[in-house]
Design a protein around this ligand. Sequence first.
Ligand SMILES: Cc1ncc(COP(=O)(O)O)c(C=O)c1O
Length: 458
Amino acid sequence: MHPELQHELDIFERRTPKSAEAHKKNLKRIPLGVASNYRAYDPYPIFVEDAQGSRFRDLDGNEYIDYNLCFGALMAGHCHPAVMRAVEKRLHTGTMFGMPHNMEWELAEEICSRFPVESVRFGSSGTEATMHAVRLARAATGRDKIIKFEGGYHGLHDSVLVSVKPHAPEFGDVHDPAQVPGGLGVPKAAVANVQIATFNDLATVELRFKQNPGQIAAIILEPIMMNVGLCMPQPGFLKSLRELCTKHGALLIFDEVKTGAKLGWGGASEYFGVTPDMICLAKSIGGGFPLAAFGTHRSVMDLISQHKVFHGGTYNTNPVSMAAGLATFREVLTRDNYAHVDKLSKKLVDGYKKIVAKSGLQGYVASAGANGALMLYPKEIRNYRDWITVDTDLWRHYWFGMVNRGVMCQPYWWDEQWTISVQHIEADIDKHLAAFDEVAPGLAKAQQERGAAVVAVH
Ligand SMILES: Cc1ncc(COP(=O)(O)O)c(C=O)c1O
């Protein structure tokens, strides 16, 4: 371990003893001491006391500007006043009915008016949204197989928990990536139905269609791969996927769990000018409450109307989440707020670029909409195989360095990215940049000492 990383870890442990203690208690009863594996990291995760706006406090009273924002689910920021008002009102008029109510068509209208879908159903998590989308695509085409990209994450159900973070040698050749289960318990039959392709490599997609004629129900992807930092589709890639799907009678599923709310008003279809057959939404559409949706053409959704595909869920359209969702669409995800976030994003990205150049750090900044990431690579990554080469110690040095200076610059893990909320202000960006300015020279030094490659992309 580089001494500067060790130094940051020592500071972290001195600042957060109550988190260490709380984690020990959790460990007694809860695997890894956390409720989701993504929340576990060494030496222990920060435990949160409370949050408001763009900030949260840990159990020791340290305050952080929050760019983690619940793994990007809080473009609204913490406790957005409009969302809180809507939810507080609902708390006194029934929190669960398991029966229809009037907010359902209202939110369905909101979604259909900004995304290219005619009909939607709701759920509570991104996992549910992609699970039902994949099942519907299978039902609509009468085919079992899907294509997903290596490194892509679409939640936790068997149909997509394949080749999420595979390793050599199991993952095979980049031009013909192998199907690697994302952990034990994923049935072989499920894995066999997931054909793996390489992001930004159309030939691998064509290969899968060729090898499985008439058998591919859908391609599922994040239009911007956001589980490898931030990896943009190369120009024309999404359009070509659209054409391939149309040619082969498969459906194109955009997993917009992250991009849907955070890229801009109309999500990825508007941003890239490519229209998928289905979209999956979750995270930031709920403004801090569990809310998800999947939408598609009426002809596909008719399979649900005709009772041919089953969709249900006790918590679907619970009034609290729906009130939060409506307030989020109407008062948070507005064109004015997107303009505000774009302005802050530009300031942050420009500032990072300057500091990267000044410090001599070999890396670049990737960004789109409310999201961005410091990518510690000598040149722009195009897929999972490029991403996997990351220097994780150097990344941890960055993250703990920032956290120790009161800036949670993104969720822990180098496959994540920052989110800027509508409640961030210019001063938050200034503080973020001031912290990075302090951390960057040490990072550059550590990187040089490790003999990093000397090609920079700015
Ligand atoms: C792109 C994408 N799809 C699906 C999911 C799963 O969403 P959830 O955690 O709400 O089940 C995630 C979660 O991070 C995601 O990033």
